[in-house]
Write a protein that binds this ligand. Structure first.
Ligand SMILES: [Fe+2]
Ligand SMILES: [Fe+2]
Length: 278
C-alpha cells in the first residue's frame, strides 16, 4: 500500500514578492501544505515535481526549506527548469535524495510503502527545455532492471506532447530516448510530471503519464496553433496516487481549497448521520 501526494510548480519567490506581478505563489504554496497536512488518511509521502523556486534564488530556497519542513510526511523533490540542480542540491541539503548525482544530475531512488520512486533531473542550466542526458538514461535503465517492484518515475518536463504549443516548444528534448528505456518495463505504474501547470493525462511509451496542476497559477488551456503564453487562476490542485495490491495505482485529483458540502445523498430518507447518537 502507498498513498502519495503529488504537487508541483510552487514557483516560490523571495518573501513579499509576487510571481509574474500578480501570482502570490508563496501564500498559495502554504495553502497547499496546509491541505496536505489535513488529509485523512495521511499520505505516506509527497512528491514535488520541480519548479520549486521561480528563479533559483537562495532566498526562494530558504522559504522552500521553511514551508516544506512543515509537511507532516517526507517530501521527495526534483529540479524543474526554474530551479538549478547544483543550487537545489546545496540549498535543500538534508531533504531526501539531495546528494544524488549522476554526471551532475540530481537523481535518486526512494521507497514509499511498497512502491519505488525513481526521481529524475531534466534541468538544463539557463534553458526552459528539459533533457535527461545519456548518463542519466543509462542509470535509469540499470535502476529499472535491478528491481521490479511497482515504480513511479518523477521528472519535471512531460515527455508527451500536450497540444498547448508554447509549452510543447519547451518540452523534453530526449523524449524518444526515454521511451526506448522505459518501454520494455511493465512495472512502471506512472510517470509523474509538472511544468505544464494543468492537470493532463496522456499515454507515453505504453505508460500512463500524469501531469499535476500547479499549487500556484495555471497555464491557460489553449489548443490553437499560435496561442500566446498566458496564465490564470483556475483552482490549485494536486494528485493523490493510491497504490494497493488489488487495484494497482489509482490517481485522484483533489483541490487545495474547500468547496460547499459535503451533503448527505440520502438525508431525506431518515438515514442516521455520523454522530447522531452522541
Ligand atoms: Fe512551472
Ligand atoms: Fe517548468
Amino acid at each position: 500500500m502507498a498513498l502519495i501526494a503529488h504537487i508541483t510548480d510552487l514557483h516560490l519567490r523571495p518573501r513579499g514578492l509576487a510571481c509574474y506581478r500578480v501570482s502570490d505563489t508563496n501564500m498559495l504554496a502554504e495553502r497547499a501544505i496546509l491541505a496536505l497536512n489535513g488529509l485523512t488518511p495521511r499520505p505516506d509521502a509527497v512528491v514535488l515535481t520541480g519548479d520549486l523556486t521561480d528563479k533559483s534564488d537562495p532566498r526562494e530556497y530558504a522559504l522552500a526549506r521553511q514551508i516544506l519542513s512543515r509537511l507532516a510526511m517526507p517530501v521527495f523533490m526534483i529540479p524543474g527548469n526554474h530551479d538549478g540542480s547544483a543550487d537545489m542540491r546545496r540549498e535543500m541539503s538534508g531533504f531526501p535524495g539531495m546528494d544524488g548525482d549522476v554526471d551532475g544530475k540530481l537523481c535518486y531512488t526512494a521507497e514509499i510503502g511498497d512502491v519505488r520512486l525513481i526521481a529524475l533531473d531534466t534541468n538544463i542550466p539557463g534553458k526552459p527545455n528539459g533533457e535527461l542526458g545519456t548518463p542519466q538514461l543509462n542509470w535509469l535503465s540499470d535502476r529499472l532492471s535491478d528491481d521490479n517492484r511497482p515504480t513511479l518515475i518523477a521528472l519535471h518536463h512531460p515527455p508527451a506532447l500536450s497540444g498547448i504549443q508554447h509549452m510543447d516548444a519547451i518540452g523534453l528534448n530526449d523524449a524518444n530516448a526515454l521511451a526506448e528505456v522505459i518501454g520494455p518495463h511493465k512495472h512502471i505504474q506512472r510517470l509523474l510530471c509538472g511544468h505544464l501547470h494543468r492537470p493532463i493525462i496522456a499515454e507515453f511509451a505504453g505508460k500512463i503519464m500524469t501531469l499535476a496542476p500547479s499549487t500556484g497559477h495555471q497555464v491557460v488551456l489553449d489548443l490553437t496553433e499560435d496561442g500566446p503564453p498566458m496564465f490564470n487562476f483556475e483552482p490549485p490542485a494536486y494528485f493523490l496516487h493510491h497504490h494497493t495490491l488489488q487495484a494497482g495505482t489509482v490517481t485522484h485529483m483533489a483541490y487545495v481549497e474547500a468547496y460547499p458540502g459535503p451533503h448527505h445523498f440520502f438525508a431525506d430518507e431518515g438515514v442516521s448521520w455520523p454522530g447522531d447518537d452522541a
